[in-house]
Design a protein around this ligand. Structure first.
Ligand code: CUA
Length: 182
């Protein structure tokens, strides 16, 4: 039986008829590709896991200034685990600014359950990954772009922001926190 994985008996092997099962498999694989491709587009409208598509151009300097202003305005304490990090408690419904940089998410924030916030995310140096655990919500944090995500925490507790984009020697230590109060 001539198949694609046996050595070609004739030198001009590409003119031989294709084995029927191979044609069937290629057809199935092709149709599956088309099916998956169509779903990729369809999820844009019918999936409910899409980000808001709200983003603005900024610069690391401008964004750092916003984070600084936000932090100094609403800091309520230093973190119990790492006293070098401020914990910021913004009013419900307000804008929250979190910056990724080598190798921390700053500041730590405290939100209230059931209240909505506009959470801004950007990076001050290079590409970082904003992964909110254990919920597995993921965003990329790019320098120069400020993304805005509307978040309404529906459970209280401590949520960890893990950097999931390799960013250098301290990547694995790049952790932030979102505390959600009842
Ligand atoms: Cu930041 Cu990895």
């Amino acid at each position: 039986m001539a198949t694609s994985y046996t050595p070609p008996a004739k030198l001009i092997w590409w003119k031989e008829p294709i084995e029927r099962t191979e044609v069937i498999w290629i057809t199935i694989a092709f149709l599956w590709c088309i099916f998956m491709f169509a779903w990729m587009i369809a999820w844009h409208w019918i999936g409910n896991q899409n980000m808001a598509n709200e983003a603005y151009k900024t610069t690391p300097e401008n964004y750092a200034a916003k984070v600084e202003a936000f932090t100094s305005k609403y800091t309520v304490r230093q973190d119990v685990n790492d006293p070098s990090l401020p914990v910021v408690h913004p009013p419900a419904g307000s804008d929250v600014y979190i910056a990724g940089s080598r190798w921390q998410w700053r500041p730590l924030v405290e939100l209230e359950k059931g209240k909505s916030y506009r959470v801004h995310i950007s990076s001050l140096d290079w590409d970082h990954g904003f992964s909110l655990q254990p919920l597995n919500i993921n965003f990329q944090a790019y320098p120069g772009y400020e993304q805005v995500i509307t978040m309404t925490p529906n459970s209280s507790g401590t949520f960890t922001i893990v950097c999931n984009e390799y960013c250098g020697i301290g990547h694995h230590t790049m952790l932030g926190k979102i505390y959600v109060k009842e």
